[in-house]
Design a protein around this ligand. Structure first.
Ligand SMILES: [Zn+2]
Length: 186
């Protein structure tokens, strides 16, 4: 901007070149007349291009060590099942107890077996139709923690990272926290 304006309005150096008499008239040393700078003069300084590898300190990407990854099995699972896992974990999932508490259902009763309160415990331990899945879940839990289903609360189960994979498998193979009876789903 400033450069162009200076050239049009009469650059100081340009004015000197237009008035040779000021420099001693004809016969004066032409070598002393300052030359107006040209675009090419600055090419070496400015137009060098971006240096290769500029701004990069290392080609290696930073990777978080496995030991620092949160959740392990949960983090590696699909988003959908992971979100269900966390819903079940916090208790904010589709159980009769929670839906009754949030006033989305008139009673906390289990909509499958009419058990008085449908809790996570009920769904993971008592629900008859998921017996095979429960068996797998609790066998896995016993293997990992040494605790059987009678001694392990669902709360503890969900808090224990060693059981995450078993819980994820259980969620995948059942409708725990996924569906509300009567179609629709919510
Ligand atoms: Zn039930």
């Amino acid at each position: 901007m400033g450069k162009d304006r200076g050239r049009e309005a009469g650059h100081p150096w340009g004015r000197v070149a237009e008035l040779p008499s000021a420099n001693g008239g004809p016969g004066g040393a032409p070598d002393t007349v300052p030359r107006q700078p040209q675009a090419g003069d600055f090419r070496e300084e400015v137009g060098g291009g971006t240096p290769v590898g500029w701004g990069r300190t290392s080609k290696k990407k930073y990777r978080m060590p496995n030991s620092q990854k949160p959740g392990g099995a949960v983090a590696n699972s699909s988003k959908r099942i992971a979100s269900r896992f966390y819903q079940v974990k916090t208790g904010h999932c589709l159980t009769g107890q929670y839906l009754n508490w949030t006033k989305n259902r008139p009673t906390p009763q289990c909509w499958w077996c009419r058990y008085r309160t449908q809790t996570r415990d009920h769904l993971s331990k008592e629900r008859p139709e998921w017996k095979p899945q429960q068996k797998i879940l609790w066998a896995e839990v016993k293997k990992e923690t040494g605790k059987g289903k009678d001694r392990c609360k669902v709360r503890d189960l969900l808090a224990d990272g060693r059981c995450s994979q078993a819980v994820l498998d259980f969620l995948l193979t059942t409708d725990v926290g996924r569906r509300v009876a009567g179609g629709g789903g919510g």
